[in-house]
Design a protein around this ligand. Structure first.
Ligand SMILES: Nc1ncnc2c1ncn2[C@@H]1O[C@H](COP(=O)(O)OP(=O)(O)O)[C@@H](O)[C@H]1O
Ligand SMILES: [Mg+2]
Length: 326
């Protein structure tokens, strides 16, 4: 499979008064053509900072200090701000959790989507309007001609997110990054939006990076998944294996904390302890203080990612053959 995105050893740190926060600490991610790849993990584990680093939207005191972000083989980290401006919305686009923060309240939604087209193509105003209305129809916005002239606040959350999706796909990007695109929506609207994204993805073949804290969303739309914890990838595999055969104790913990209809009489499992302070990471494995299967070595050494075959990788000493057999 052709690789659309290759993130290699990405390190993004925040240089705060209290010290350096290694929010993204050597992350590797690959996305193939037409793939939907999930990044999942608890709040604060570095999902959004990873996305912002790929798009180079980080602001001071955040800075990407190492790594490569190859989009179709070209390193985005070497691009100038002007070049990145041309890439964003065009080759690579994004959808955020709260459309209200990405839509400008003083312009109609139609105009804002048309503007994206006008920035990236030589299309006339009339043509742009026509294309936007077609796109609104495609993303399931009822009465698209009327809605073209609506202001963001006049639309429901679900419709605003459909506008964001229209904006993200109108230039036919090779990659779309969606950061918790449905987290602010109620569950029926969430299901509709996920279904829409999946349909559009099938039609266009655009690759998607789906960032979420919700394993239900992962199960719904992703082909492959990266599980992040405190700035690092702890496990990566295809979505089926993730649910059937999770290897990392953290992944198992996440899966066990999903409410199941068949377990109503039991207490809901939660992973004990809290996410570590990134300014004061534990020595060894960063999940160790919360891990039920921790061994002595976990308190002193950071485990590497072990390859267990078929693209399944896990950052845990339990999968070090020599260590566990001898
Ligand atoms: N502006 C900032 N200043 C300092 N630290 C930050 C800032 N933004 C994010 N961080 C750090 O980066 C970590 C990852 O944040 P983020 O990527 O937003 O998490 P999430 O996985 O919930 O999207 C946070 O836990 C925090 O420690
Ligand atoms: Mg986030």
């Amino acid at each position: 499979m052709k690789k659309v995105l290759e993130v290699k050893n990405l390190k993004t740190h925040f240089f705060t008064q209290k010290g350096v926060v290694p929010a993204v600490d050597g992350v590797d991610i690959e996305v193939g053509a037409g793939e939907v790849v999930g990044i999942v993990g608890e709040s604060g584990c570095g999902k959004s900072v990873t996305a912002m680093s790929i798009l180079q939207l980080l602001q001071f005191p955040g800075k990407t200090v190492d790594g490569e972000v190859l989009l179709d083989g070209e390193d985005l980290l070497l691009k100038s701000p002007e070049e990145m401006y041309k890439y964003r919305g065009n080759k690579i686009s994004m959808i955020f959790q709260e459309p209200m923060t990405s839509l400008n309240p003083v312009y109609t939604v139609g105009k804002q989507v048309a503007e994206i087209l006008r920035v990236h193509t030589n299309i006339s105003k009339v043509e742009a309007r026509k294309k936007v209305i077609q796109m609104f129809e495609k993303v399931g916005i009822p009465e698209p001609i009327k809605r073209y002239d609506a202001y963001p606040h006049q639309l429901s959350g679900g419709l605003r997110q459909r506008v964001m999706i229209a904006m993200a796909i109108i230039c036919d990007p090779v990659l779309m990054i969606a950061d918790e695109p449905t987290t602010a929506l109620d569950v029926t609207i969430e299901a509709q939006i996920l279904y829409l994204m999946k349909q559009l993805q099938k039609d266009s073949g655009t690759s998607i990076v789906m960032i979420t804290h919700n394993l239900g969303v992962v199960a719904e739309v992703c082909d492959r998944v990266y599980v992040m914890y405190a700035g690092k990838v702890m496990e990566t595999t295809d979505v089926f294996t993730l649910f059937e055969n999770p290897l990392h104790p953290y992944t198992s913990g996440l899966l066990n904390s999903i409410p199941k209809l068949t377990r109503v009489d039991e207490d809901l499992y939660t992973i004990r302890g809290i996410v570590p302070n990134l300014l004061n990471l534990p020595e060894g494995c960063r999940f160790c203080p919360r891990c039920d299967r921790a061994m002595k070595i976990c308190t002193v050494m950071e485990p590497p990612l072990y390859d267990v075959g078929d693209g399944h990788q896990v950052r845990c000493f339990l999968y070090d053959k020599e260590l566990m057999n001898g």
